[in-house]
Design a protein around this ligand. Structure first.
Ligand SMILES: Nc1ncnc2c1ncn2[C@@H]1O[C@H](COP(=O)(O)OP(=O)(O)O)[C@@H](O)[C@H]1O
Ligand SMILES: [Mg+2]
Length: 232
């Protein structure tokens, strides 16, 4: 059983990365990279394919360990935590959205949204109540019992956002969340995502190739030569 997650130390940032270094097959992908995302703010990250955006998000989520550097999420250092504690911290503090939704096709919309909560210490009944609330808040109540396989790409991504919110995360990380959508669905999903920091006080990091999505970020950064540089 994983140990309980202790209280966070005080931190102005919901998400903080200092001095990150990470290599893939001898090539430096992250090179002394820093990032600070205060609660209630958003960052958009762009950069050419293969520059390391997904690698960076995987480090920020505690899925991949950087070779050096420190990452804190809601004040918790995830770089020195054991794998089981990283998983517990991820469940408690981080929501993830991927390019293709990564929903489970055999489950209904409601079950997909509830699923991460059912892996947390929360009571299942409360998780399902919260999942119902989220579907309502995100305008997805009509999809409640829909088999996931019948949904459009835009509906799937909206559900993926709802699922990311089931644990009331301090940090939401999205990797090309509109990469598989047409223009109209792209705008709807981008609007939903970039409204989250103001609505829920979370920090939001969105990796995207789409200029119309990136420009919604409070800060727009480009990943180049292993570092984040300001675009605006
Ligand atoms: N598991 C892996 N094994 C080998 N190379 C990898 C692996 N994951 C990523 N890479 C390489 O690391 C680099 C960065 O990948 P990635 O972070 O996915 O970039 P991006 O998301 O910006 O397209 C690429 O050159 C990619 O081919
Ligand atoms: Mg990628």
């Amino acid at each position: 059983m994983s140990s309980p997650v202790p209280a966070a130390v005080a931190s102005a940032s919901a998400l903080s990365a200092r001095g990150l270094r990470y290599q893939v097959t001898g090539r430096s992908i992250l090179d002394d990279l820093d990032l600070e995302v205060p609660p209630g703010t958003s960052v958009a990250i762009t950069g050419p394919s293969g520059c390391g955006k997904s690698s960076l998000l995987n480090c920020l989520a505690g899925i991949t360990l950087p070779a050096a550097g420190t990452i804190t999420v809601a004040g918790h250092d995830i770089t020195t935590a054991s794998p089981s504690r990283r998983a517990a911290l991820r469940l408690a503090h981080i929501g993830m959205v991927y390019q293709f939704g990564e929903l489970i096709p055999e489950l209904t919309a409601l079950e997909n949204v509830a699923l991460p909560g059912l892996m947390s210490p929360a009571r299942p009944h409360e998780v399902y109540v919260r999942a119902e609330e989220l579907l309502g808040e995100l305008g997805l109540a009509g999809l409640r019992t829909s088999p996931t396989a019948t949904l459009s790409g835009g509906e799937r991504q909206r559900l993926a956002v709802a699922r990311a919110l089931i644990g009331s995360p301090d940090v939401v990380l999205a990797d090309e969340p509109t990469g598989a959508l047409d223009g109209k669905a792209t705008q709807a999903v981008a609007e939903l995502l970039f409204a989250l920091p103001a609505q829920r006080r979370c920090a939001l990091v969105v990796v995207t190739h789409a200029p119309a999505v990136a420009e919604r970020g409070d800060t727009v950064l480009i990943l180049a030569d292993g570092k984040l540089e300001s675009v605006r």
